[in-house]
Design a protein around this ligand. Structure first.
Ligand code: ATP
Ligand code: MG
Length: 393
């Protein structure tokens, strides 16, 4: 039925001289998504838009869905290609197209036109006028509104003619690959998958690290994190998930440090390890799902104490979000149902009854001194035994 799609993008439009780099990255991502589907798709860029032509059998819904997950795309319009662009045929085909897309629906419209075939017997304004008149004649339930139409009907005359009207909303943001890579601390909760999604949406590739504590955390808890990584990879592209065995470090902290400081000290070691992996894998920053005040380990004091051990920037895209705002995004991107499955988390197993909410950095540093004997060796073992899982949608 449709042989083509027109993709529009928003922010790339303002990138000046580097615009072609963003456009190429966007085309590459669209191709990557469509490759996984049935049918042959050709992706080309032209005049601030991306044009996708399809050949062979393909599933319309799947194609729209796949393209709508590409960051950088703001909308997708199915396009009808009209081979015979003689005026008589063109009007008829445009009419058929509107009938197919809208049926009996009542709406106001305006015809817009572009013409690159300068030999075509009608100019762009004439195409708009005459096509409008034809459509009004054929569909008496429609009316024209030149100022605020509900539907723009686009007619383009080039080598062939093209018509499109409806558009589907897409992910927006910036194309992946235009902004380096960052390391996401991915737990099995609601927040961190959303945080990864949000940073990826700005054009950043994401890898991930998960700390587990067997036998205190189960294989199913680990599988849940793998599942979450797979769900966000539908947007972020392939993810290398680093699974770190944190048990011995956690036990050692538990033995040596004041229990009310456990969570903070554990979080500091997570950040240290994540940063080491990040630096080894060319990541330019860390990402967490922290949000001010959400739990004791996320007060301003606690965040400062966690941040104290990091030299890379830590991106916390949810920092000012309410829980419900985060849940809304989790539902939209399809991670919520998995996130709420009840599996144990290594942070919750060793939690103190009364964790400090205002940790003082010098005090925490002093507590960590009691780890000096074995922590170096334990960190090394944790690094040496990392399991890497390559994840793709
Ligand atoms: P989430 O819903 O993302 O689990 P949370 O509300 O449970 O967050 P915390 O448990 O305090 O909050 O964790 C804060 C952040 O630290 C998480 O968003 C995540 O980025 C990181 N984090 C926590 N636990 C782990 C873990 N086991 N492995 C990797 N990262 C973790
Ligand atoms: Mg958590």
């Amino acid at each position: 039925m449709y042989q083509a799609f027109l993709l529009k993008y928003a922010e790339i439009g303002i990138k000046g001289k580097n615009r072609y780099k963003f456009e190429n990255a966007l085309c590459a991502q669209v191709r990557r998504r469509l490759e996984k589907l049935e049918g042959e798709f050709t992706v080309t860029r032209e005049q601030g838009r991306i044009f996708v032509e399809a050949e062979g059998e393909f599933d319309f819904e799947d194609a729209i869905e796949a393209m709508s997950r590409v960051f950088g795309v703001s909308s997708i319009s199915p396009v009808q290609v009209i081979e015979d662009k003689s005026w008589e045929k063109l009007t008829k085909e445009v009419g058929n197209f509107i009938e197919m897309q809208y049926g009996e629906e009542k709406f106001t419209f305006k015809v817009k036109s572009r013409r690159s075939d300068k030999h075509y017997p009608y100019t762009s304004p004439e195409i708009c006028m005459e096509m409008g008149a034809y459509l009004l004649g054929r569909f008496p339930h429609l009316s024209v509104d030149v100022h605020h139409p509900e539907v723009f009907i686009w007619v383009e005359v080039r080598e062939k003619a093209y018509v499109y009207a409806k558009s589907y909303a897409a992910a927006c943001g910036m194309p992946l690959g235009t902004n380096g890579k960052a390391m996401l601390l991915l737990s099995g909760g609601i927040d961190s998958p959303v945080a990864g999604y949000m940073i990826a949406k700005r054009g950043v590739y994401v890898d991930a690290v998960y700390f587990h504590a067997p036998p205190y955390t189960s294989d199913r808890a680990k599988q849940k994190v793998v599942d979450l990584a797979r769900l966000i990879s539908r947007y972020t592209g392939p993810i290398r998930l680093h699974i770190v065995n944190f048990t011995d470090i956690q036990m050692y902290i538990y033995e040596q440090c004041p229990h009310e400081e456990l969570t903070i000290i554990m979080r500091r070691y997570m950040m240290r390890i994540a940063e080491t992996i990040a630096k080894e894998t060319d990541c330019l920053g860390l990402i967490t799902g922290e949000s001010i005040g959400q739990v004791a380990s996320q007060t301003m004091h606690s965040l400062a104490a966690t941040n104290d051990v990091c030299t890379l920037p830590v991106y916390r895209p949810l920092i000012g979000f309410d829980k419900q705002d985060i849940v809304d995004i989790a539902e939209k991107i399809g991670t919520y149902e998995t996130s709420i499955l009840p599996f144990e988390d290594c942070c919750t197993i060793f939690v103190a009854k009364h964790p400090v909410t205002k940790p003082e950095i010098p005090v925490i540093r002093r507590s960590e001194e009691s780890l000096s004997e074995r922590i170096g060796e334990l960190l090394q073992t944790a690094m040496d035994t990392i399991e890497v899982v390559e994840i793709d949608e």
